[in-house]
Design a protein around this ligand. Structure first.
Ligand SMILES: Nc1ncnc2c1ncn2[C@@H]1O[C@H](COP(=O)(O)OP(=O)(O)O)[C@@H](O)[C@H]1O
Ligand SMILES: [Mg+2]
Length: 333
């Protein structure tokens, strides 16, 4: 299978800010640092990492909400078309926004509270001029609501009249309006009751199958990411430190950070739970403005292999078995 939809190469998104009144100094916060991956059509790549690791920034950069500082984003809506997302002109941007959509983490703040559902879901149809006339627009919105399990009587209601799960369905309907090939799902169930989480995740899986979409599925929860994804990329302080097939990353994690994320998950089998070694990470996530030298994870790593190397040299992402890459000096030979 080699049908890439999205190619990302050495992507960097730094936030800058200045401090000091007299001697102003500029600081760089490396939210996304040197990220590369390829996503095939109709597949799901899960991106996992603690809060603050740069997952949302990566998603927003991919959907053109942020301009990257450097790197390449190439989109292939079909086999014969390549869109250069970073250097796109206005016409190309329109095509990119049709092809790629994002569902945001918090539907409270991402859905305009003063708009009824028909405007929220219909807006992309207007911007991209996808409906001919009012009647067709209304029918398209009704169809979109139906696809996410909402009803025509919801058309004139406002976001606050819905439950968390329903609000997330409205966000999904809006993302589907342009019939995208790729949807970035940013923690789509984090604002939803645990009891409705599975329903939203199942809906997303059904829609993906029906509409042949690819997903970039972002979550801090490795269990949910494993459930949803074909491949998993683990992000730590802006960088991808492990990437491979979902089963390999979940069942045979290589990076000490991935092992720690995995060991933090609850296990349904109590006997196994009793024998499981819980890896408690030292300290909190370091500041991305001055990340640790060498391997960024060394300050919290329980498995330092070579003090000098781990603390001073930055390991590169390297393939250690077929399709399974890791950035860690343990796997250096
Ligand atoms: N708009 C912004 N301006 C400045 N810093 C930001 C902005 N958005 C995110 N950051 C910083 O970038 C880093 C990554 O944030 P984010 O992408 O939201 O991570 P995640 O989604 O993994 O929690 C954090 O240190 C965060 O404080
Ligand atoms: Mg986030």
């Amino acid at each position: 299978m080699n049908d890439p939809l999205l190619e990302v190469e050495n992507l960097k998104k730094y936030f800058t800010f200045t401090r000091g009144l007299v001697r102003r100094k500029t600081y760089y916060l490396r939210a996304v640092d040197n990220v590369s991956f390829t996503l095939q059509r109709k597949r799901t790549l899960g991106v996992v990492g603690e809060s603050g690791c740069g997952k949302t920034t990566l998603g927003k950069t991919l959907v053109t909400l942020y301009k990257p500082d450097s790197g390449k984003i190439l989109l292939h809506p079909d086999e014969n078309t390549t869109l250069d997302v970073v250097n796109a002109n206005d016409d190309e941007l329109k095509q990119i926004r049709r092809t790629v959509q994002m569902v945001f983490q918090d539907p409270h703040s991402s859905l305009n509270p003063r708009w009824p559902v028909k405007n929220i879901v219909g807006e992309p149809l207007d911007i991209l001029k996808l409906a001919r006339g009012r009647k067709e627009r209304e029918n398209m919105v009704i169809d979109l609501l139906d696809e996410v399990g909402l009803k025509p009587e919801h058309l004139n209601r406002y976001p606050h009249e819905f439950s968390g799960g329903q609000r997330q369905r409205i966000g999904i309907a809006r993302a589907l309006a342009s019939d995208p090939d790729l949807v970035v799902l940013d923690e789509p169930t984090s604002a939803v009751d645990v009891s409705v989480q599975a329903q939203v995740l199942n809906l997303l899986k059904e829609l993906q199958e029906k509409k042949s979409m690819a997903y970039l599925f972002i979550s801090h929860d490795l269990g949910v990411v494993h459930h949803m994804s074909d491949e998993i990329a683990v992000q730590y302080l802006g960088e991808i430190v492990e990437h491979g097939d979902s089963e390999n990353v979940f069942n045979e994690p290589l990076h000490p950070y991935t092992k720690a994320l995995l060991s933090a998950l609850p296990v349904p089998d109590p006997e196994f739970e009793a024998h499981k070694r819980r890896i408690i990470l030292k300290g909190t996530l370091p500041n991305a403005v001055s990340p640790p030298k060498g391997c960024r994870f060394h300050t919290r790593c329980p498995e330092l292999v070579d003090e000098y190397k781990c603390k001073n040299e930055c390991p590169r992402l390297k393939e250690v078995s077929k399709g399974h890459k890791v950035a860690c000096w343990i796997y250096d030979d």
